[in-house]
Ligand binder design. Structure first.
Ligand code: SAM
Length: 197
């Protein structure tokens, strides 16, 4: 396993470029393809620790934008003025109150790279993925502006159809994309959802 990680070109690149995780390249890849995040945007990043999406987003939105990160685990401090991080479980967070505390009403984009703890038992894990997905969707319903965009990581599961159908109800366009940095052996896939209805 250690050998596999050390040889991974994205892992190496992240180390060299001072990025906290190789996931950064997944987000960069998605944004290079879909151009969803702009200077001055407000972005909410769910499941933000250790913070590589935050690093990319902070750079993209610039000093007139803002990035709010939420994670159940601590996120090492990021010395960027346009980034705020909250330690919370997404299932309990009062997002309207939180945005209010930051003087914000809505986000232009929500990114979600949350990975639930998996047990290896398919039925249990699929139920966890689905439960978390609906919690995330509730946050998105409240925090994302109409017309806003949503990028969410998912996994190939028995509930994939329900997830796709639910996203299609809520967004004008839903695409699936596997970034180059996403390992071929992983069933991970990103939904890119454009234009909240
Ligand atoms: C793959 S990591 C995210 C990596 C991050 N995007 C980055 O670029 O550094 C997934 C994160 O989801 C978080 N997570 C899992 N369940 C969560 C929950 N219920 N509420 C908030 N965060 C959660 C984990 O703590 C973990 O840090």
């Amino acid at each position: 396993m250690a050998k596999f990680v050390l040889k991974d070109p994205f892992y190496k690149k992240a180390k060299e470029e001072g990025l906290r995780a190789r996931s950064a390249y997944k987000l960069k890849d998605i944004d290079a393809k879909y151009h969803l995040i702009k200077k001055g945007d407000i972005v909410l990043d769910l499941g933000c620790s250790p913070g590589s999406f935050l690093q990319v987003l902070s750079e993209t939105v610039g000093e007139k934008g803002a990035v709010i990160g939420i994670d159940i685990l601590p996120t090492p401090a990021l010395p960027r003025k346009n980034v705020k991080v909250i330690r919370a479980d997404i299932r309990d967070v009062d997002i309207v109150k939180l945005f209010g505390e930051f003087g914000l009403t809505h986000a232009d984009t929500v990114t979600c790279d949350i990975a639930p703890n998996l047990s290896g038992i398919r039925e249990v894990d699929d139920a966890r993925i689905e439960e978390l997905f609906y919690c995330v969707l509730d946050v998105v319903a409240k925090a994302l502006k109409p017309g806003g965009n949503f990028i969410i990581k998912s996994f190939s599961t028995t509930v994939q159809k329900n997830i796709t159908a639910e996203l299609q109800k809520k967004f004008s366009k839903v695409s699936q994309y596997k970034p180059a940095a996403s390992r071929a052996v992983s069933s991970e896939i990103f939904f890119v959802c454009i234009g909240k209805k």
